[in-house]
Design a protein around this ligand. Structure first.
Ligand code: KIV
Ligand code: ZN
Length: 400
């Protein structure tokens, strides 16, 4: 399948996972050090190349966790701590993550004119000065060994006016920021509107900085926005395990990875650990995975309608016409599930019986279908075992 125009060679995305910071700050009960260490092990096993492990100045636990995880991190992993544009917070971040082989200080400051005006209550000039001092300080601390990331909070709200954002990013770049992050702090608009302003910024500073996107999922489109931003030139994608994060969460690592892999982009993420990771993160966070959550939900590979079951059965040995990808690729052993309801046809019955060595003629199959249809209306859906059990009961009752 041709997934890219021949002239376009996609760069590899760099994933910065924010589960331990954005995810953690939104939990009803933020994680202990031990719990953060457990989540961190999953990130290592998935081979996620970067992790924001906390907000070092937010709490004593977060500071301790940033220090501990920085020490435990593999040498290849970028370890970040968030700070506002305040010297003491930047110092705390650096002190905590400097134990890592690849430490990163992350500074966040709003770039939306209304937030600067209404919330910070300062002038654009004062905002730019605060960013200049903060990034300069972080750069001095991080030196050549560490990296500095600057995030323009509320970037996604700058549709009508990106001038302030451009000014502030210019300052951050001048002071040595390595990565400029464009957050969709609150998702209010459609993906391509965000992608368009992100593209304008990336074009404006082409070759002068790496760009990241950090998309929240308020309207359920964070994955789409993240994936399309990648194709517009963002090299760092900020994501989280199970989509954990403020409010409706952040873009899910699993969804972004699978969408990119399906588009022919090699992500380097060990996808076979996704399902197990999702289950354990759900337990650790006490936030259950919905049955219809893409990729990791219990029901997302079930087929109940006749048309879908027929197609799934006939394409089982090939690509699977109703499958986005082979379920084993994300570590799911359950595979496609065929369930009989009144919406099903005879194909699922035939398939199930045939596999048990039972072959019925068309008339008998239809009779059994009618019998089971009534039973399923009363008892609910039937899996393969129930289909066979009912078949035996039906035979006994009708002396077949
Ligand atoms: O959503 C946001 O704007 C953030 C920043 C700290 C990047 O989480
Ligand atoms: Zn966020």
């Amino acid at each position: 399948m041709e997934t890219f125009p021949a002239s376009h060679t996609p760069h590899s995305p760099f994933f910065l996972d924010v589960t331990l910071r954005d995810g953690n700050q939104a939990l009803p009960r933020p994680w202990s050090l031990k719990q953060k260490q457990q989540v961190f092990q999953h990130l290592i096993r998935l081979e996620v190349p970067g992790a924001e492990v906390g907000f070092a100045s937010a709490s004593a636990v977060d500071f301790e966790a940033c220090c501990a995880l920085a020490q435990e991190a593999p040498a290849s992993m970028v370890i970040s701590s968030l700070s506002r544009a305040r010297t003491a917070e930047i110092d705390a971040s650096w002190e905590a993550v400097s134990h890592a082989a690849q430490p990163r200080v992350h500074i966040v400051y709003p770039v939306s004119p209304s937030v600067v005006n209404q919330v910070l209550r300062c002038t654009p000039h004062e905002a730019a000065r605060a960013v200049r001092q903060a990034v300069r300080h972080a750069r001095r601390l991080a030196g050549k060994r560490g990296s500095v990331q600057f995030s323009g909070e509320h970037f996604g709200d700058c549709l009508d006016d990106i001038a302030l954002a451009l000014d502030i990013f210019q300052v951050a770049i001048e002071e040595g920021a390595d990565v400029i992050n464009l957050p969709n702090t609150v998702e209010r608009f459609r993906p391509m509107v965000f992608v368009e302003i992100a593209r304008q910024v990336m074009e404006y500073f082409r070759g002068r900085s790496a760009f990241a996107v950090h998309c929240h999922n308020d309207l359920g489109m964070a994955t789409a926005t993240t994936v399309e931003s990648y194709f517009a030139g963002a090299t760092q994608l900020e994501v989280s395990l199970n989509g954990l994060g403020e409010r409706a969460g952040n873009a899910s690592l699993y969804e972004v990875v699978c969408a990119l892999e399906n588009s022919g982009v090699h992500t380097g993420i060990q996808r076979q650990y996704i399902f197990e990771t999702a289950r354990e993160v759900a337990e650790l966070s006490a936030i259950a995975v919905g049955p219809k959550t893409p990729i990791i939900g219990s029901d997302v590979f079930s087929h109940r309608s006749g048309i879908h079951q027929d197609g799934a059965i006939k394409s089982r040995s090939g690509r699977g016409v109703y499958l986005p990808f082979v379920t084993g690729a994300v570590g799911r052993a359950d595979g496609e599930q065929l369930r009989f309801t009144s919406q099903s046809g005879t194909a699922v019955l035939q398939d199930c019986l045939n596999r048990a060595g039972i072959h019925l003629d068309a008339v008998t199959l239809r009779e059994y279908y009618r019998y089971l249809e009534k039973r399923s209306d009363a008892e609910g859906e039937m899996d393969e075992r129930a289909i066979l059990r009912h078949y035996r009961q039906w035979c006994a009752g009708s002396q077949i």
